[in-house]
Design a binder for this molecule. Structure first.
Ligand code: MRU
Length: 364
């Protein structure tokens, strides 16, 4: 997608052919800075500290992390060490383990002196696949938006509520939940996005608002608690979110607060769709609420907030009283019964084992 009119992905190789470059998302929206990654440790840090984030981009970065690791130590021990280090960075997004499993399985039987080249080629291929998958999600989700638009009286926009950032910044390109919105906007279907601010890290306020603004999509940031009110007053036609892990049952883990939006949507009979690439499906889990591991992060993400002062400095300030502890649960699970449909690269299906099996028969 575009930044100041210029096309970008979120991860790419530098001109030297091996340094991995990323957009440092902890600096957005106020600074656009590119961070070079030259070591396994740097890749692990980028994922852990959320310079990159969003399930598909975490997977892509892990894949390149394996490639960087193979430059450092391409032995079996080096492979296992890289797998373990990267796999421990963030627990909820299954794309991380998916990418690492794929990479390790491909490298294990290869000669050590070829492993780095093979890893780089596979990481690049994964990135291209992610872009194609997300574009297809956009095409299928576009039909959902088109149907809502056709059914709505009047010429107003389709008002879409989203949570966190499931846009192109969360993937290699296009995004998942935002891909249909970009496609609708580009085709002239009027859309307006309500972007939940998404405390504690404010991915909605900082990232979703920024990338929608860069693409010229009408949007407004709302406090996390505002969605229910907007839904009660007819100001939301459709909800679309992403997911970090989808159980085979159709339960979806996504950024903390997604579940409450799904409850409010159900109470107000508003369709609630979840967009996902198939590497986000954990076919081994049948009960997402019980079995999906929920990441707990540093209390400081809740007790403090960062932003830009009028003088243009980026500062962090404390919100809470000295000594008050905080809980920081990063994700929650929305049960399949609250999800109207899953938007995948192969089409839209019910959020259920049968629905997913219908689109991915080879996986069941
Ligand atoms: O903690 P984050 O910012 O990595 O969480 C991201 C989300 O919750 C996204 O909605 C999810 O990864 C889907 S992204 C296509």
């Amino acid at each position: 997608m575009n930044i100041n009119g210029q096309a970008h992905r979120t991860i790419w190789l530098a001109d030297d052919g091996w340094t991995v470059e990323i957009i440092d998302q902890t600096r957005l929206p106020h600074r656009f800075e590119i961070e070079p990654l030259t070591t396994l440790d740097a890749a692990a840090h980028a994922i852990r500290a959320m310079l990159v984030r969003g399930a598909p981009l975490i997977g892509a970065t892990a894949a390149y992390g394996m490639a960087l690791a193979m430059r450092e130590d391409s032995s079996d021990a080096g492979l296992d060490k890289a797998y373990a280090l990267l796999n421990a960075t963030r627990p909820t997004a299954i794309n991380l383990r998916w990418a690492l499993d794929d990479m390790r399985a491909r490298l294990r039987d290869q000669p050590q002196d070829q492993r780095a080249d093979i890893a780089y080629a596979r990481a690049a291929q994964m990135c291209d696949e992610d872009v194609a998958i997300n574009s297809a999600i956009g095409d299928h989700g576009l039909e959902v938006i088109r149907a809502v638009h056709a059914a709505a009286p009047g010429d107003g926009p389709v008002n879409i509520l989203t949570h966190c950032n499931a846009g192109w910044l969360a993937t290699v390109d296009w995004g998942t939940a935002l891909a249909p919105i970009y496609k609708a906007h580009d085709l002239g279907i009027p859309v307006h996005v309500w972007a939940d601010e998404t405390r504690p890290r404010n991915q909605g306020a900082a990232l979703t608002a920024w990338e929608l603004g860069q693409h010229g999509v009408s949007h407004a940031v709302i406090a996390d608690n505002a969605g229910g009110h907007l839904m009660q007053h007819g100001m939301v036609d459709l909800c679309i979110t992403g997911t970090d892990r989808t159980a085979a049952s159709g339960d979806v883990a996504n950024k903390i607060g997604t579940y409450l939006k799904a409850l409010a949507a159900r109470d107000n009979e508003i369709p609630f769709y979840v967009a996902l690439p198939s590497p986000t499906i954990d076919w081994t889990l049948s009960d997402g609420v019980r079995d999906i591991p929920i990441e707990e992060r540093d209390q400081q993400e809740v007790t403090h907030i960062s932003g830009k002062t009028d003088a243009g400095d980026i500062v962090s300030v404390q919100l809470t009283p000295d000594g008050s502890p905080a809980g920081n649960y990063a994700f929650d699970v929305t049960p399949a019964r609250l999800v109207t449909g899953l938007i995948t690269e192969r089409g839209v299906c019910p959020a259920s084992r049968d629905g997913l099996a219908g689109l991915f028969p080879e996986r069941v």
